[in-house]
Design a protein around this ligand. Structure first.
Ligand code: ADP
Length: 424
């Protein structure tokens, strides 16, 4: 297998967002959880997104993990690697964007790296090197108060210069608007001055397409899902990748019992559970019993197992905001969240042992706990069930397995049935 595109994402949800964007743009995409073992059998794909958790860890560790991911990707033929960061450039003066970029640049011998977190469809645009979040500059957006990475400067040229060993230049919108040749010329000029990386402006998707064309001629780029979109479109338009226009693999049916788990307490999820009650049996966990050490997971499994042969079931811990607040007041917010996530992971693990091969999970943290417990090394990204929520086919799982992982407010009222209809 020769990858057309390798990606290293600095967190899991960012990785999923990128993998979904690449898939919609026509690339067969695999998202891995961490750096895969060398013996992982890979299906035929155009792009791999390695998900790390390196956004807010110590810079040296972020560098070594990213380098290992790069080695793995290059070893599978990736001539271009995208280091995927947050579209709000979450970082501090200590890193980790600059140090990781510098190390990857050294490793691949790149002269000048294009950098942009622009993703216009989510309101992230870059003009004169300044990042806007919706209508306001980054330093006036809610990111100024971020608990881990408060962003007080909208000039990404300055922000990245404080983190990187190289000088940072700017390719402005005027050059991008003139087209790929103008961008190439500007980059050559900057590289000639010894500048090793450049923030590049982008306000519309067509800007990302120009950027993608030029970036694909280099070994390394840094940015969010927007530059991923540009790279994917460039790979398709230049014929390097044959578009999988259906937007996601369909693959062989997996069959077998299906189950849904809901740990999200969002308004959307509460409505989705109410709709599911009309079409499938639903078991409501008692969160207090989980917190007081009763084997609530076992009670749910005893309820579910005899029903699995009849059709899908749903097990939910979700409650209304006042019930959630009351439980948190009794047990503490973190203890409550953690205990319920682990109970959900126990239930998922045992459902899979009982033969479940199609699993829908509602809740971002809940999904993370379930995927960790099931030790799934990666997913092939399939068709979208709802905006931003694709069907995922686990790789490396004996017998095949389909998952849908939905965070918070995603999906329409019939989300659980919609998902199961596409998970055959
Ligand atoms: P979302 O994507 O909606 O934010 P998450 O799974 O990320 O959902 O977060 C929901 C959190 O709430 C998890 O930590 C989960 O364990 C916890 N939780 C689930 N049910 C309850 C409940 N009934 N009371 C309190 N916390 C709950």
């Amino acid at each position: 297998m020769t990858l057309a595109l390798g990606c290293i994402a600095d967190d899991y949800t960012g990785a999923s967002d990128l993998a979904n964007t690449l898939t919609r743009a026509g690339l067969r995409t695999l998202q891995t959880i961490g750096i895969p073992a060398d013996d992982l059998a890979l299906p035929e794909v155009d792009a791999v997104v390695v998900s790390l958790k390196s956004r807010s860890i110590e810079a040296g560790l972020a560098v070594s993990r990213s380098r290992a991911a790069e080695t793995w990707l290059r070893g599978r033929g990736a001539s271009h690697v995208l280091f995927k960061i947050c579209s709000t450039f979450d970082s501090t003066d200590a890193g980790n964007i600059g140090p990781v970029m510098d190390a990857l640049r050294d490793d691949c011998g790149e002269g000048i790296v294009l950098v942009t977190p622009a993703f216009p469809e989510t309101g992230r645009t870059v003009y004169q090197g300044n990042l806007f979040v919706g209508a306001v500059p980054l330093n006036e957006s809610p990111l100024k108060d971020h608990p881990l990475n408060p962003m007080h400067d909208s000039s990404l040229v300055r922000v990245l210069a404080r983190q990187s060993r190289t000088q940072i230049g700017l390719v402005d919108l005027a050059a991008v608007t003139r087209g790929a040749d103008a961008v190439r010329a500007r980059l050559a000029e900057l590289a000639g001055k010894g500048i090793g990386a450049a923030i590049i402006d982008a306000v519309f998707d067509r800007d990302l397409e120009t950027i993608g064309l030029v970036a694909a001629e280099h070994r390394l780029s840094v940015g969010a899902s927007g530059i991923g979109l540009g790279l994917a479109r460039a790979l398709v338009s230049t014929g390097k990748v044959k578009s999988n226009a259906a937007g996601g693999e369909s693959g062989a049916a997996v069959g077998g019992p299906a189950a849904c788990l809901a740990g999200s307490c969002s308004q959307a999820t509460l409505k989705q559970i109410a709709s599911a009650e009309q079409v499938m049996p639903v078991f409501h966990l008692d969160p207090d019993r989980i917190l007081t050490g009763a084997d609530e997971a076992q009670r749910a499994l005893d309820w579910a197992r005899p029903r699995l042969a009849e059709g899908p079931v749903l097990i939910a811990s979700s409650s209304t905001p006042d019930q959630v607040a009351a439980l948190q007041a009794r047990h503490g917010r973190d203890a409550a969240g953690h205990a319920i996530e682990q109970a959900m992971a126990d239930i998922a693990e045992n459902l899979v042992k009982s033969g479940v091969r199609r699993l829908v999970v509602a809740g971002g943290e809940t999904s993370g706990a379930v995927v960790d417990r099931l030790r799934i090394p990666g997913f092939l990204v399939g068709v979208e069930i709802a905006a931003g929520v694709p069907v995922l086919r686990a790789v490396g799982a004996g017998g095949g397995m389909l998952l849908a992982l939905k965070s918070g407010n995603f999906g329409g009222p019939e989300f659980f049935s919609d998902a199961l209809r596409l998970m055959r």
